[in-house]
Design a protein around this ligand. Sequence first.
Ligand code: FAD
Ligand code: FES
Length: 259
Amino acid sequence: MKQEMMEIVNQVELAPRIFEMTLKGELTQEMVTPGQFIHIRVPREDLLLRRPISLAEINHDNQTCKIIYRVEGDGTRAFSHCQLGEKLDCLGPLGNGFDISMIEEEDVVYVIGGGIGVPPLYELGRRLKEKGANIYFLNGFASKDVMYYEKEFSELGSLFIATDDGSYGTHGHVGMLIDDVSQKTTKPKAIYACGAPGLLRAVESTFSDHPHVYLSMEERMACGVGACYACVCQSKKDPTVNKKVCDEGPIFKAGEVII
Ligand code: FAD
Ligand code: FES
């Protein structure tokens, strides 16, 4: 983990309130595991806490990484107002990241994302493709307007999309795609998911007896490095035991923590 002032070399609005930002710096060399995040200081003196944002793409050749974020409040709004050439104080990479060590060529893998949980799954998809996996992406969005990266995910594997309002793809939530895709494939070697708690719970219960189900959890964070206990969730085996999402997560195996 390192801290660096990374330069903003690109920023585009992919959809209303959803931005893709490209950051450049040596910190990129430390970024090796998909599913990790960076903790970014908001360029406003009154906002003291950093904001955690997942790594959506890592490019070691030109020392850049991409993040995709949705404007929720003051912090992310401040990011969206940043100009090219400005520098952001980034700490990272943080968190454990997705375990893909068991994946071999031709393995079927399900990658399931909802809304603003989709970004880290893009770098995950790139790594799985490098391993020669057969990837099935199941992405859910509120509506067609807020969809992004359709082309990018399609280039890595088979993409299935659901929208809550039926404006694109299957009408309904992303969980509804699982049955559909299950009929088209052999048993997946692993399932990876990132999104709202409802989505994670649905994935956990659908694949309850599967040994390789990995869920990316979100909690509000303060320090981001395991020191303050702001981000804890409870262990499922023993609810008196806390797990810190920032450094023991954000990825947990299904059944490990209470969602
Ligand atoms: P605030 O004013 O802090 O909050 C605005 C609203 O968002 C409030 O309702 C608040 O309750 C809610 N909120 C804030 N933080 C969270 C959170 N962590 N979980 C749930 N609700 C929250 N967002 C992205 O857009 N893209 C990402 O790739 C991404 N990756 C993340 C990775 C991790 C490990 C975590 C923990 C969060 C991630 N987030 C991501 C969420 C992002 O950190 C928050 O949206 C952001 O911190 C909000 O800051 P803000 O100042 O704009 O809003
Ligand atoms: Fe401080 Fe996780 S945010 S311990």
